[in-house]
Design a protein around this ligand. Structure first.
Ligand code: F6P
Length: 535
């Protein structure tokens, strides 16, 4: 029997077991917790037992996770459908030497990084200024990986933010750029156009809008633009001086790109030193992932827990629940990282995937989510594995009491999800309140929590740049391991193309330049309604 089938069988066998029962063994918590650097990863509140963990590790071994990771780190073209290496890790390991097609790519990476440091420092000091003087605001225009990473990081590192204000425009909805630019002074604003391809319609449309806005009061608008892209020819066509173009290679995937030039806005916000700490934290996680045995390896274990829940327990979604307000954008970031990477229906060899693709990922910081969707997590009929994360300390010493409340809530939620509340307990509570008979029974049943709902907790001392870098690298490698075990290409994203093509084709239909005869009835009807409402 294959390990995969063994795991399915195991999942059936333990389905009725209550996770709390595993804690009858007082070594449970320590046995299912791993530590690395500043991180403690506790996966004891899951239904994974010794045998399951052994099977999961065997699966990782059989699917050659370590070998595949080594191929990634050493520049092999593992993104096979695009014929590219996958080397975002090189962007945070600047002293290394990494060869792609027999050429060391690192001198160029280091040179670009040095230019980023120089430019970011100049913006921060005022040595680079706008027509109206020192830059007060930076607007990063990008979408997907060219937006989510830097937008998330700038908020995550708010306590370290001592540079100009940073704004992020992504949506082609004109409301986004309109509302962002509304409060800004073009004479002291720097616009960064972030696009790997420099063809993305949303980004290029917003960039043109920003250029027009800037041109209304700035004599040389292009002089207050910078570009982050692999397409030097296109940035030149847009009129941006190569001195302010920061290039990178095609082996940096969009959703893995904030470690290099796409992170320029973050570097301007927090400064090159803190940005270097952010890279350092990620590089430490890279080294851990590359070197630690599978059974001690945080990204591997996080991935195996994820696979256990998604593939073997059939839990279709997972919630990421940072108890960290400044990780507000983490769930959105992880949605791209995980779902664009592992939302694939064929395996590397083009055959139908015989199992499910990666899960739906969603979430929201605690404690906000508790007052919104946790009801369903606690009492809904479907099980949603939860991934909690929390820092022992906040950045506001005078608000330490609030931070304690935050941590208490985080720990209490995982406890409640696992423990639940039995009918007997609920009945006693309602009896103590004076209920009896049928009403007691009815009311008690509403107050039953099934419990045995799995969760993991990632604990760290404080959300410093280094810790933040480590968290993101942890999740990147988790995605890698899940993809490697599923046998899919986690580094392409063909699934976004069809919608893009159809949107391009629909624009002239909506504007009336073309008829939509080839469209289906629903689309034709919606086009007609829109045209009617706009008339
Ligand atoms: O459409 C998906 C996507 O290609 C993402 O993978 C990418 O992060 C985003 O679009 C933006 O692409 P670009 O940086 O080339 O503008």
């Amino acid at each position: 029997m294959s390990t995969w089938q063994d795991l399915r069988r195991k999942s059936d066998a333990v389905a009725a077991r209550h996770i709390s029962d595993l804690f009858e063994n007082d070594k449970r918590a320590a046995g299912f917790t791993r530590e690395f650097g500043p991180f403690t990863f506790d996966f004891s509140k899951t239904n994974i037992d010794d045998e399951t963990l052994d099977l999961l590790l065997k699966l990782a071994q059989e699917r050659d996770v370590a070998g595949k990771a080594e191929a990634m780190f050493t520049g092999a073209p593992i993104n096979e459908t695009e014929g590219r290496a996958v080397l975002h890790t090189a962007l945070r390991n600047l002293d290394a030497s990494v060869e792609v097609d027999g050429r060391d790519v690192m001198p160029e990476v280091r040179a670009t990084y040095a230019r980023m440091v120089e430019f970011a420092s100049a913006v921060r000091s005022g040595a680079f200024a706008g027509q109206g003087g020192k830059i007060t605001d930076v607007v990063n225009i990008g979408i997907g990986g060219s937006d989510l990473g830097p937008a998330m990081a700038t908020l995550a590192l708010a306590p370290y933010h001592d540079g100009p204000r940073c704004h992020f425009v992504s949506n082609v909805d004109g409301a986004h750029i309109h509302d962002t630019l509304a409060g800004l002074d073009p004479e002291t604003t720097l616009v960064i156009v972030a696009s790997k391809t420099f063809t993305t319609i949303e980004t290029m449309t917003n960039a043109e809008t920003a250029k027009r806005w800037m041109g209304q009061s700035v004599r040389e608008p292009a002089a207050q633009f910078a570009a982050l892209s692999t397409a030097a020819d296109k940035t030149a066509d847009f009129g941006i001086d190569p001195a302010r173009v920061f290039g990178f290679a095609d082996w940096v995937g969009g959703r893995y790109s904030m470690w290099g030039p796409i992170g320029l806005s973050v570097m301007i916000a927090v400064g090159p030193d803190d940005f270097a700490q952010f890279l350092k934290g990620a590089a430490q996680m890279d080294a851990h992932f590359r070197e630690a045995p599978l059974a001690e390896n945080l990204p591997v274990l996080l991935a195996l827990v994820g696979l256990w829940h998604n593939q073997f327990c059939d839990y279709a979604t997972r919630a990421v629940l940072p108890y960290e307000q400044r990780l507000l954008r983490l769930p959105a970031y992880l949605q791209q990282l995980e779902m664009e990477s592992n939302g694939k229906r064929v395996s590397m060899d083009g055959k139908d995937l015989p199992v499910h693709s990666g899960p739906v990922v969603w979430g929201e910081p605690g404690t906000n989510g508790q007052h919104a969707f946790y009801q369903l997590i606690h009492q809904g009929t479907r099980v949603i594995p939860c991934e909690f994360m929390v820092g022992a300390q906040g950045h506001e010493p005078d608000l330490a009491h609030q931070h304690m409340l935050l941590v208490a809530n985080c720990l209490a939620q995982s406890e409640a999800l696992m423990r639940g509340r039995s009918l007997a307990e609920a009945t006693q509570i309602m009896r103590d309140k004076g209920l009896e008979g049928a009403e007691l029974d009815r009311q008690a049943r509403h107050r039953v929590f099934p419990g045995s709902r799995p969760s993991t907790t990632l604990l760290y001392p404080k959300l410093t740049p280094e810790v933040f870098g480590g968290i993101i690298a942890l999740y990147e490698h988790r995605v890698f391991v899940e993809g490697a075990i599923l046998g899919i290409n986690s580094f392409d994203q063909w699934g976004v193309e069809l919608g893009k093509e159809l949107a391009l084709a629909l624009s002239p239909v909506l504007s009336g330049e073309k008829d939509g005869a080839d469209k289906d009835g629903s689309t034709r009807q919606l086009v007609a309604k829109v045209q009617g409402l706009r008339a």
